[in-house]
Design a protein around this ligand. Structure first.
Ligand code: GRF
Length: 200
């Protein structure tokens, strides 16, 4: 399975996927390209250090669809089978979603459908929930609303700040994302309505 990771920033989930593919935790998979919509994304350097091809494809005043068409062309040229969004800070339009439907995954730092969108960890703290976590889901036309593949739960502690809570969630993200991708790559999953369940 040829995987592309789309990033906008730090790239720690991208790195977790690269390592998992390399050590066999994601079977028969390789990260073939890391694409950022921002030239200053720190994750680009991390990917290059791993020997992975990196591309910067900025929007540069174009329409969202035209930006995505360039990304899709780059993915097709590399025969990419699966796209993993990892801190990619743009909403995808139907142009992209239709091109890679059921082949685009995202990770989000909350237990969806709670706290979609930006600042999910801050939203969780401000709401006062006692448990939160992370979610890996298929990307569809909704914001953080596609069918859920994997969730991990973490406690919210009394003395948590956005930073401490985010770090606790991030540690789970780095396990949840490779686990979810491995299940997709192995073809273990099927979709019934909105439910992603095991085939067996
Ligand atoms: C993660 O918290 C992820 O869940 C969210 O954006 C953050 C990206 O972090 N979508 P990183 O770039 O993977 O380190």
């Amino acid at each position: 399975c040829r995987i592309a990771v789309l990033i906008s920033g730090r790239g720690s989930n991208m790195l977790a996927l690269v390592r998992a593919a390399r050590d066999g935790a994601i079977p028969n998979a390789q990260i073939v390209v890391v694409i950022s919509d921002r030239a200053d994304a720190p994750g680009l350097k991390l990917a290059a250090e791993q020997g992975i091809e990196t591309l910067v494809i900025e929007r540069r005043g174009r329409s969202r669809a035209d930006h995505e068409r360039e990304i899709i062309a780059a993915l097709r040229a590399r025969h990419v089978d699966l796209v993993c969004l990892a801190g990619y800070m743009r909403l995808l339009s139907p142009v992209f979603i239709e091109a890679y439907r059921w082949r685009t995954l995202n990770i989000h730092p909350s237990l969806l459908p709670s706290f979609p969108g930006l600042d999910a960890q801050r939203q969780a703290l401000e709401h006062g929930v006692k448990w939160t976590g992370c979610t890996v889901h298929f990307v569809d036309e909704t914001l953080d609303g596609g069918p859920i593949i994997e969730q991990r739960v973490v406690p919210v502690l009394d003395d948590d700040t956005v930073e401490t809570l985010s770090a606790r969630i991030l540690a789970e993200e780095h396990k949840a994302y490779p686990a979810a991708v491995a299940r997709v790559v192995r073809g273990e999953l099927r979709l019934i309505g909105r439910r992603v369940i095991s085939k067996s």
